[in-house]
Design a protein around this ligand. Structure first.
Ligand code: CUA
Length: 325
């Protein structure tokens, strides 16, 4: 689909698909509206009072017609649903190599942090052609992360994580907006996404004020906040071993099983009694109110990084954490 002035520029891998769906919906709606309007006018003229139209044998049975106007629209709508559902499902499944970016929204700014530690406000720099996954939460009310040129929009909620991903296909700067009314300055809660060629992106990342990578920050928190006292393999307290925890299936005391994703890790830190691992006592204190959203995200980045394998695997065998020596 080529750029039509009707829509913003199309700059992500999903954009052309979304536009095709949009134009199809508009086309189908226009065709149906035109058909109905034409029929209405034709019948009005043909059967107006005093016209000589043949009214002698009104039809008593129109099964064929009724089946047609039932089945055809039904197939059309089910087809559109299946098409849209496929694209939507695609948006929820990021590629495994997607770059993680952590987003915290608050009235009325977007704060973003890259895995290597570099922070941004109301701006997001990303490499051209590489998939990027955003893990997002809000510090106050509901916001919505919206990049029209990428055709992505995702609500950002307090107290939980939402995620979305995209693959930029065109270099340039695109609007980043908040699409959920969030108070007085909602309209100014905007910024830009800068898509740059990968080499320039690497340079941009290197020249920043990145102090410490997020995984290192998380590792420091893990020690400072005493997590290590119970969760270390050598600890005397009986607590689940968290090495390589990320993405693992965990069995809980009440017989359920959950995948240890970001939401599970967040909940386990803030509400430890919710998903107690089978075979363990619910003795962990809650850290609610003691860790900022950024702290939680750093802890999660640590737990999923290669720093968290207890030194069991050779570093060369795993992808190194960006920004760590
Ligand atoms: Cu944030 Cu509207």
């Amino acid at each position: 689909m080529t750029d039509v002035a009707l829509l913003p520029p199309a700059a992500s891998s999903i954009a052309a698909r979304t536009d095709a769906l949009f134009y199809t919906l508009v086309g189908v709606s226009a065709a149906v509206a035109l058909l109905l309007a034409t029929l209405a006018v034709v019948f009005c003229v043909r059967y107006r009072r005093g016209s000589r139209a043949d009214r002698s044998r009104p039809p008593t049975d129109a099964r064929g017609l009724e089946w047609t106007w039932t089945i055809v629209p039904m197939l059309a709508f089910v087809g559109l649903f299946a098409w849209a559902a496929r694209d939507y499902a695609r948006l929820t499944r990021p590629p495994a190599d997607a770059l993680p970016v952590y987003v915290v929204a608050k009235q009325w700014v977007w704060t973003l942090q890259h895995a290597d530690g570099r922070r941004e406000i109301d701006q997001l720099h990303v490499p051209l052609g590489k998939p990027v996954r955003l893990l997002m939460t809000s510090q106050d009310v509901i916001h919505s992360f919206y990049v029209p040129a990428f055709r992505i929009k995702q609500d950002v909620l307090p107290g939980r994580y939402t995620a979305i991903w995209f693959r930029p296909t065109k270099a340039g700067t695109y609007h980043l907006l908040c699409a959920e009314y969030c108070g007085t300055d909602h309209a100014s809660m905007a910024g830009g996404v800068v898509v740059m060629p990968p080499e320039r992106y690497s340079r941009w990342l290197a020249e920043g004020d990145r102090s410490v990578g997020m995984a290192r920050q998380g590792q420091a928190l893990f020690r400072e906040r005493g997590c290590v006292g119970c969760h270390d393999a050598r600890a005397t307290v009986h607590a689940p071993d968290l090495r390589n925890i990320f993405g693992r299936r965990v069995f809980t005391q009440d017989g359920r099983s959950v995948v240890a994703d970001e939401t599970y890790l967040r909940d386990s830190i803030l509400e430890p009694a919710k998903d107690v691992v089978a075979g363990y006592e619910p003795v962990m204190p809650s850290f609610a109110g003691q860790l900022s959203e950024q702290d939680l995200m750093a802890l999660i980045q640590y737990l999923r990084s290669d720093l968290n394998d207890g030194g069991r695997q050779a570093p060369a065998a795993r992808t190194p954490e960006p920004g760590t020596p």
